[in-house]
Design a protein around this ligand. Structure first.
Ligand code: PMP
Length: 349
């Protein structure tokens, strides 16, 4: 979801951006008008997340998947050791990609054997002290698991994939070496990927990354080494403004708890719906759940859609159902879902 206020504003200025007589899609990314917009988005993100000055903020293309490669290519040598935490499907994708570029990818913790029902316990730093970094997936979008606190990594830089939970929780940025997120969950539309990286990590090893994924080169060029994703970047700036006007990240954190508490209570309070993730590992953002049979799930989806409750299918790789409670989802959206769930259970339970 994107906030409807943002979409309406974009609609209003679609044909004429700030009196230019052109759409923002038609103006040059080198023009003063666009540069100002791009700069404003970065300043806003810095304010919202309290990003210190010794961190660079990049707006790249290639999605979070591009970062699965960019991270080892920028921050490790081919013969380096890197450490990964395996908490599910997205963590595994990051691990598989890293294996293509680094000889030793050490999976220091995994909850795979138990079927990813909880986030794995990360061992003390001694177990991966030789790693150039430790990578973890802060929120498993498909599995519905979330780390409630980041792993302790001592002197080893911590890298977080926050594609599905950036800006939903207050962060202590200095704890992280690098944070990245594809924009399309909480930040804006698909097409732009945010990377927040501690300056001191750059240049420690010679980068092997292609120019467009090279952190130093992109940083020197203000993320405009080539033509950036101008329209997504513009919309991202608007989403950040909306977020600020709604009380910023602390308010988003409160809301995400309120929304997910309501939904988990509805699931746990019924003998009909189920979520098997250990309570201390449950995601506030993506809530997967099942019904007693696949036929009932199909029926649930059809009836829900008829009432305007959409996008509730689980990911195609796991099935079931999933409610995503991104920032733009209002509390009333969750109330409507919970009401529908009770009604459906009364009729089919
Ligand atoms: N990591 C996580 C946690 C995700 O949820 C996703 C996308 N859903 C990705 C990585 C991949 O993102 P992208 O499609 O931007 O490559």
């Amino acid at each position: 979801m994107l906030p409807s206020a943002v979409l309406e504003e974009a609609q209003e200025e679609l044909l004429d951006f700030r009196g230019s007589g052109m759409s923002v899609m038609e103006i040059s990314h080198r023009s003063a008008l666009y540069q100002e917009l791009a700069h404003d988005a970065e300043s806003r993100l810095r304010r919202l997340l309290l990003i210190p000055d010794d961190y660079r903020v990049l707006f790249l293309q290639g999605g979070a998947t591009g970062q699965f490669a960019a991270i080892p290519l920028n921050l490790a040598a081919a013969e380096s050791t890197v450490a990964y935490v395996d908490s599910g499907i997205w963590a595994m994708k990051a691990i598989d990609e890293a294996k293509r570029f680094v000889s030793t990818v050490h999976v220091v913790a995994s909850s795979r054997r138990e079927g990813y029902l909880s986030v794995p316990q990360v061992p003390a730093e001694g177990a991966f002290r030789d790693a150039r970094y430790l990578h973890y997936t802060a929120n498993e979008t498909i599995g519905g698991l979330e780390f409630q606190v980041p792993p302790e990594t001592g002197a080893v830089p911590l890298i977080a994939d926050m594609s599905s939970n950036l800006l939903t929780r207050v962060l202590d940025i200095p704890r992280y070496g690098l944070i990245y997120a594809g924009a399309q969950k909480n930040l804006g539309p698909a097409g732009v990927t945010v990377v927040i990286v501690r300056e001191a990590l750059l240049g420690e090893v010679p980068s092997r990354a292609p120019a467009i994924l090279d952190y130093v080169r992109q940083s020197l060029e203000g993320s405009m080494l080539n033509t950036p994703a101008t329209y997504p970047w513009y919309l991202l700036g608007k989403v950040l403004l909306w977020l600020e006007s709604r009380g910023g990240v602390p308010e988003m954190e409160r809301e995400s708890l309120r929304k997910s508490d309501l939904l988990y209570s509805a699931i746990d309070g019924s003998g009909f719906y189920a979520n098997s993730i250990r309570p201390d590992s449950r995601s506030r953002i993506n809530v997967p759940f099942t019904l007693p049979t696949p036929a009932l799930e199909r029926r649930f989806l059809d009836e829900a859609a008829a009432q305007g409750l959409r996008n509730l299918e689980g990911h195609r790789s796991v099935g079931g159902l999933r409610a995503s409670l991104y920032n733009a989802m209002p509390f009333e959206g969750v109330t409507a879902l919970v009401r529908f769930m009770a009604d459906f259970e009364a009729r089919h339970g």
